[in-house]
Design a protein around this ligand. Structure first.
Ligand SMILES: Cc1cc2nc3c(=O)[nH]c(=O)nc-3n(C[C@H](O)[C@H](O)[C@H](O)COP(=O)(O)OP(=O)(O)OC[C@H]3O[C@@H](n4cnc5c(N)ncnc54)[C@H](O)[C@@H]3O)c2cc1C
Length: 429
């Protein structure tokens, strides 16, 4: 059997990041990707937070094909008949080094694969890994299309569902409770139109999130990111929330409904849909992160459950790139020791624990449970919009004092036992 230093299952961001690190140090590495090219099957919102990973491969980010730096943040709380948008324009976000950029995966991942190949790594596309090869509990390589390839270490970066790794007993089977489903369109629009619609200066980008009446009250929301000459528009909905919903709905129809809303229609008007995709998202948080290493293998990126939906920030790509980086470091050090046992590869988990990856997931431990509360998607967006509507209303008769209007709304929708209990629960997030 042919044997290399490292095989990587999956040429997404986690796999490519690991391959780049390994190839840069001269190790023999093969990435096997089932898509026609890296980026063909990968879905993100998407905005990449670069700040946490800037120092990992500093030479890469200067030349990366980012779309736009995100300088403006919008959050729209959608109620029935009224919605409230908060717009944050920060000078800090608009000053290099930018903290985050919008990306298109078809472009970004292909570029990353090219960087791997320039360093001497192999990225084999249009090939699916069918099985992991195990010998006495140790992963010794992979089987793809009838061929076996051996490796000292196999890095499994196969994405969110982890089908190969769960089949091999290296992690749990995926459960609906720990996942959401995302639907997304890329809609082309002229750059000038994008600038006008999101109040942007030339070369800047926006992230726009929508909470409330976009998922029929189910856990989830809408997202919109501006690119150079397109926008990425989508919705995310909790799989378990969908399953439990009394009103049965085909989840893919939610995106169509979203686009028809009067708040969204003018934003996408005149655009041409050029890409449609759907994908699962890991939402289990730190509680669902499996054991990350064993004899002859490491798990990275979404396969390792490294993603975080904190409602106003959505992350996974930075974790994927960082986990690939630390996986590569662990393999390089294991190679120096010529020891690929679990004990030797445990360094990987230690590195993730002392990095932002597992620290941030630990900090956010209670978020997945907290955001299961349906009132976040029904009561609160409606209550905020009702209150704002009252504040801005001048009726036919004499007006109340502003303070009475505000206190009336606050008392009605916020000063009650239920809300206080929920606020108390939120102290943990
Ligand atoms: C709708 C949506 C919105 C999101 N928004 C954001 C966002 O705004 N910001 C953010 O940071 N994150 C976001 N995420 C999360 C982010 O996209 C993921 O965390 C990230 O893509 C994980 O990268 P990965 O390399 O682990 O997995 P992937 O990118 O999924 O890569 C896995 C790769 O493995 C390949 N593969 C799978 N099985 C096999 C096999 N058997 N053989 C060969 N190849 C295989 C797949 O084709 C794929 O290319 C979002 C996700 C979704 C779905």
């Amino acid at each position: 059997m042919e044997k290399v230093d490292c095989i990587i299952v999956g040429g997404g961001l986690a796999g490519l990041s690991a391959a780049y690190g390994l190839a840069s140090e001269g190790l023999e590495v093969i990435v096997i990707e089932r898509g026609d090219y890296s980026g063909a099957k990968n879905v993100t919102g998407g905005r990449l937070y670069v700040s946490p990973i800037r120092d990992l491969y500093p030479e890469l980010w200067k030349a990366a094909p980012f779309e736009r730096p995100v300088t403006r943040e919008f959050v729209t709380l959608m109620g029935d008949g009224a919605h409230t948008t908060i717009e944050l324009a920060s000078e800090r976000f608009a000053t290099p080094a930018y903290q985050s950029y919008t990306v298109l995966r078809a472009r970004f991942d292909q570029w990353f694969a090219d960087q791997v190949m320039e360093k001497g790594g192999m990225v084999i596309t249009k090939n699916r890994v069918d099985d992991l090869l195990l010998e006495g509990g140790k992963v010794i390589g992979i089987r793809a299309g009838g061929d076996d390839i051996g490796a000292d270490v196999t890095i499994i970066a196969e994405g969110v569902l982890g089908l190969l790794s769960s089949k091999a007993g290296l992690r749990e089977e995926p459960r609906p409770q720990d996942h959401a489903l995302g639907y997304k369109e890329i809609i082309e629009l002229p750059p000038g139109v994008i600038q006008d619609r999101w109040h942007l200066n030339e070369g800047e980008g926006a992230a726009h999130l929508f909470m409330g009446g976009v998922t029929r009250g189910l856990m989830g929301g809408g997202f919109l990111y501006t690119n150079k000459d397109s926008i990425s528009l989508g919705i995310v909905v909790g799989m378990e929330a969908m399953r439990q919903a009394p009103d049965k709905v085909d989840s893919y129809t939610l995106l169509d409904e979203f686009k028809e809303l009067p708040q969204i229609k003018p934003l996408v008007e005149g655009g041409t849909i050029v890409e449609y995709s759907a994908h699962a998202i890991a939402e289990g948080g730190i509680a669902k992160v499996p054991k990350l290493y064993g004899d002859g293998y490491l798990l990275a990126g979404d396969t390792a459950g490294l993603s975080l939906n904190a409602l106003v920030t959505v992350r996974g790509m930075d974790f994927a790139i960082a986990s690939g980086y630390y996986a590569a470091r662990a393999v390089i050090d294991a190679k120096e020791r010529d020891d690929f046992t679990a004990a030797s590869l445990a360094q990987y988990e230690q590195s993730l624990r002392s990095s932002f990856v597992l620290k941030d997931l630990e900090t956010a431990r209670y978020i997945p449970h907290t955001i299961e509360n349906p009132r976040l998607f029904t009561h609160y967006p409606q209550a905020v919009s009702n209150l704002m509507e009252q504040v801005f209303t001048i009726g036919p008769g004499p007006s109340k004092k502003l303070s009475s209007t505000v206190m009336g709304g606050v008392r009605k929708d916020f000063l009650n036992l239920q809300t206080l209990k929920e606020l108390y629960a939120m102290r943990k997030i």
